[in-house]
Design a protein around this ligand. Structure first.
Ligand code: ADP
Length: 288
């Protein structure tokens, strides 16, 4: 055999290529591990309500006809677990779709009427009071409550945050809207370049519920993560996917979502939202 003699330069290039390949393998392995973890978490989470449904169904089969009390209890448990599974699969589908690309639709959205609408729905569906509070600036200039965004996705984001406030508190929830206090940009000529109309908007969802321990705060946006799993699952029937989805939606809208919380005192979720489409990743170039 004849050894292949590499010139110094080609050796360098080969090493570089080897490096690149190794990095690609690391990346692929990492993604594969994450996918595996996701599928295994998802199956585990779906199996829990299925097990409950299965055991109540078999109880119904054995005793349902002669024990009316067991009949009602079983039907109610089966119904609520089925609702939970439905919500979870819907959220899983939305998360999976996000990996592709959401086709967002840009339109003029009146934040104040959207908040009022959600407030009416929460009163109707859950008998929970949601007070909508506008900042002084918005009260003075009502036109500033209208921004350019995707109405459906924003609604979904606010719904998740309100629903958490509802699940983890029992008092009135407040939905506050205002202009984010970002200092006005000054252009090179010294003229003020941005107006109030261009300033970010904030939406705060404030509850006075059980709160989140400080050590758990960084983890609650992780997929399937729930604080004090055993207790909250029983009380609220959540999936641990809500905040993950909320964060993905916020990213697509060019927005951000943060939580401030104190255990036993309550939680405030803050959404910061751009007023125009400039920074939004989820909108395709031909959106207008
Ligand atoms: P879940 O479906 O469990 O509500 P989320 O991803 O929406 O899932 O939230 C993750 C966890 O964060 C919840 O299980 C709960 O422990 C905690 N959490 C979220 N929002 C609040 C809130 N407003 N008050 C207290 N705890 C909260």
């Amino acid at each position: 055999f004849k050894r292949i003699q590499l010139e110094e330069r080609s050796k360098d290039e080969l090493y570089k290529m080897g490096d690149t390949f190794n990095q690609m393998i690391d990346l692929l392995e990492n993604n594969y591990d994450k996918q595996k973890q996701f599928v295994s978490n998802a199956s585990h989470e779906l199996r829990t309500p299925l097990t409950i449904i299965e055991s109540y169904a078999s109880l119904l089969k054995r005793r349902g006809l002669d024990r009316p009390d067991l009949f009602m209890e079983s039907v109610e448990a089966i119904h609520s677990e089925a609702v939970r599974m439905k919500e979870m699969t819907e959220q899983l589908l939305l998360l999976a779709r996000h990996e592709e690309q959401w086709n967002l639709k840009l339109e003029a959205v009146d934040l104040s009427s959207q908040a009022e609408q959600l407030s009416r729905e929460f009163l109707q569906a859950y008998s929970r009071r949601v007070d909508v509070v506008l900042s002084e600036e918005l009260l003075q200039t009502p036109a500033l409550t209208t921004i350019w965004t995707d109405a459906g996705k924003l609604r979904q984001l606010l719904f998740i945050l309100l629903d958490n406030a509802r699940k983890y508190s029992s008092d009135i929830i407040t939905l506050e809207l205002g202009l984010y206090p970002i200092p006005t940009e000054v252009s090179y000529s010294g003229r003020v370049a941005s107006s109030n109309a261009e300033r970010n908007r904030y939406i705060r969802v404030v509850d006075r519920g059980i709160g989140i321990p400080e050590s758990e705060l960084p983890k609650v946006f992780d997929r399937f993560y729930r604080v004090d799993q055993a207790r909250t699952r029983q009380d609220t029937g959540g999936s641990g996917l809500g905040l993950t989805l909320a964060q993905r939606i916020a990213e697509a809208l060019g927005a951000s979502v943060h939580l401030q919380s104190e255990e036993g005192q309550g939680t405030t979720a803050i959404v910061t939202l751009p007023a125009t489409a400039k920074h939004m990743s989820g909108f395709s170039a031909n959106s207008n």
